[in-house]
Design a protein around this ligand. Structure first.
Ligand code: TEU
Length: 590
């Protein structure tokens, strides 16, 4: 029964939502320059490039990407035309979950370098007018953090109250589901205190006790440390889980197994968001991206500007499409339902039409490569389908979040053996399937499509050994296709995926309609083509994207294409009618 409940959480994780917070006092009140229904703001216009430091560029030959490696690629990042970088965690960590288990919030992970490297990196980005978002993981820390080491030694330690405990004299704790625990149990027994500590993720990631005001002040102090260095914001990891009902009632039946949703419904969640805004964020000219969970109504609570919590929602509802229900991200052989997917985007875009703000992404470090998942990574379609997906991300209404490597069409590595994987999520799920006597071969086949390590293989810079990522043995295998799929090969080709991405960014920058314009789906029930108009101040753009490997046509009744002007397209002769070639993308000005 317990396992059934654990599995049924997956659709709920599909609703994981990343939110962006911004100090409302930093909003530029320049609404008059457009007729958009929302105020203009730098973070609405930004294109965000996500860098997974472990996999970007290794400077010292240990096979692990590092800060000096990123510094050596600053000009490349600038050349993309992006405005902001989101760095995955770079803090000291034993790396049970690749930096999402922090042992010291004010130090840099040894493999990544030192604080002076960080300062140089920040300076280098700022000199190039690129803003920097740090990842802030404060729902939990590492079991190696000094706070937890003290807490686990004695119930009398002042740090004991920094965590959640269930005293063993009260018997077994009430069941709590854990995301990265082989037994699926979020309570771990600790002998020295004769009590159980809570960990929603792995046992090496104890949850911090946000109900303790002292803990919250420690977090705010630490945030100020980074903000005083001049960083431009935070992405707050799993922040919706931070408040807990410390009476620990049995998991409420009305959540019907959706325990992630229950975790995201803590009694003081919004009090803490408002407190954080009041005490920290409102004092700086920054934006904050936070990961949370919820349906539109729930998320709107975070992003309603009146509430002074968070501003921008990065929602997850579309990202788990095409998986079989109640299984570990096992791909549905039928693929994903494009019509249903379009409706999800339309729903969220509509929700943010008048207040709040969304974001658009197709990949990140928790996802496989966008090309393999949403496009087509066969040699025939790699090029066009990569360009089509970039067109999607950069023409939707919402801030664009783009994952490193997608700009050259990197694809899933598709490991055959479990030994090749590193990710705690994959290894935990594998162990669970094994313990149940499940079909491990089938599981591994499915993971070739969906596992997180597919998106974490090293950046492919050139055709030299290890794709130019490292002269040492890379921590995770480089995709063997680096010999042809790499930055160097695409730099000089004006028609490369890389240069298309750059052109598409320039188009978005030139065209406020792509940022602030209204969004309307066209031919909603078309099973092959995702098409929409963006309109602003009387200007109308039509975006047409064929998501299939065969030609398709779209019903454009009601739209006048007779004078259509092509703004961008991924084929030499872009469509100016509703007849699209395989994976064709075109933006027309009507
Ligand atoms: O992810 C939040 C989370 O809930 C994950 O379980 C997510 O749903 C999963 O990765 C999907 O496969 C954040 C980070 O993005 C992730 O990398 C961390 O592992 C996790 O928090 C714990 O810190």
């Amino acid at each position: 029964m317990r396992l059934v409940l654990q599995f049924s959480i997956l659709p709920c994780l599909a609703l994981m939502t990343l939110l962006c917070a911004c100090n409302s006092s930093t909003e530029q009140k320049t609404k008059t320059s457009t007729d958009a229904k929302t105020d203009e703001n730098w973070w609405k216009e930004a294109v965000v490039y996500q860098i997974y430091p472990r996999s970007f560029k290794d400077s010292d030959g240990d096979g692990i990407g590092d800060l000096q490696g990123i510094i050596s690629k600053l000009d490349y990042v600038k050349s993309l035309g992006i405005d902001m970088v989101w760095l995955n965690p770079v803090y000291a960590s034993p790396n049970k979950d690749n930096g999402y288990d922090i042992s010291d919030y004010q130090n840099i992970m040894k493999e990544f370098g030192s604080m002076s490297d960080f300062d140089a990196l920040l300076k280098g980005f700022h000199q190039r007018d690129i803003k920097v978002f740090m990842d802030l993981v404060v729902n939990h820390c590492s079991s190696e953090h000094a706070w937890f080491k003290a807490a686990r030694s004695s119930r009398n330690s002042p740090y004991y109250q920094y965590f959640h405990w269930w005293p063993a004299e009260k018997g077994k704790p009430p069941y709590r589901w854990s995301i990265f625990d082989e037994k699926g149990d979020a309570w771990e027994y600790n002998k020295a205190t004769d009590s159980y500590y809570l960990h929603y993720f792995a046992d090496g990631q104890p949850d911090l006790n946000w109900e303790n005001p002292k803990l919250r002040q420690e977090i705010y102090k630490m945030m100020r440390f980074w903000l005083d260095k001049g960083i431009d914001g935070f992405r707050l990891d799993a922040i919706a889980f931070c408040s807990k009902d410390t009476l620990w009632p049995p998991l409420p039946a009305e959540y019907n197994g959706q325990w992630g949703m229950y975790y995201a419904s803590g009694p003081h969640l919004h009090d803490y968001m408002q407190e954080m805004n009041r005490e920290v964020l409102s004092k700086y000219n920054v934006a904050t991206v936070a990961e949370a969970m919820g349906d539109v109504e729930r998320v709107m609570k975070f992003v309603d500007p009146e509430r002074k919590e968070l501003n921008m929602a990065y929602y997850f509802e579309a990202i788990d499409f095409g998986y079989l229900p109640n299984e570990y991200k096992m791909p549905d052989p039928k693929g994903f339902d494009l019509v249903a997917w379009k409706k999800v985007y339309a729903k969220w875009t509509e929700a943010f039409a008048n207040k709040g703000w969304g974001t658009i992404y197709l990949a990140n470090h928790d996802q496989p490569r966008m090309l393999s998942r949403w496009g087509n990574d066969s040699p025939e379609f790699r090029d066009v389908s990569s360009k089509m997906l970039s067109t999607f991300i950069l023409s939707m209404r919402g801030t664009a979040f783009y994952y490193f490597g997608d700009e050259i069409g990197m694809s899933n590595i598709k490991f055959d053996k479990v030994e090749e994987y590193n990710d705690i999520e994959l290894l935990t799920n594998y162990a669970q399937v094994k313990a149940k006597g499940g079909d491990l071969k089938r599981f591994l086949e499915g993971m070739k499509i969906s596992s997180r390590d597919n998106g974490r293989t090293p950046m492919q810079w050139d055709s030299s050994s290890n794709g130019g990522f490292s002269v040492g043995k890379p921590w995770l295998k480089v995709n063997p296709n680096f010999t042809s799929v790499n930055v160097a090969a695409q730099e000089t080709d004006p028609n490369s995926i890389l240069n298309y991405f750059r052109n598409m960014i320039q188009l978005r920058k030139k065209e406020p309609t792509l940022i602030y314009g209204d969004f309307t789906l066209v031919d909603v029930d078309n099973p092959a083509i995702f098409a929409y108009t963006r309109t602003l101040k009387g200007k109308k753009l039509l975006v047409m994207l064929n998501f299939k490997a065969v030609p398709a046509s779209i019903n454009t009744t009601g739209l006048d294409l007779s004078k259509a002007k092509v703004l961008i397209g991924n084929y030499p002769t872009p469509a100016t009618t509703g007849q699209l070639k395989p994976y064709e993308a075109v933006i027309l000005e009507l």
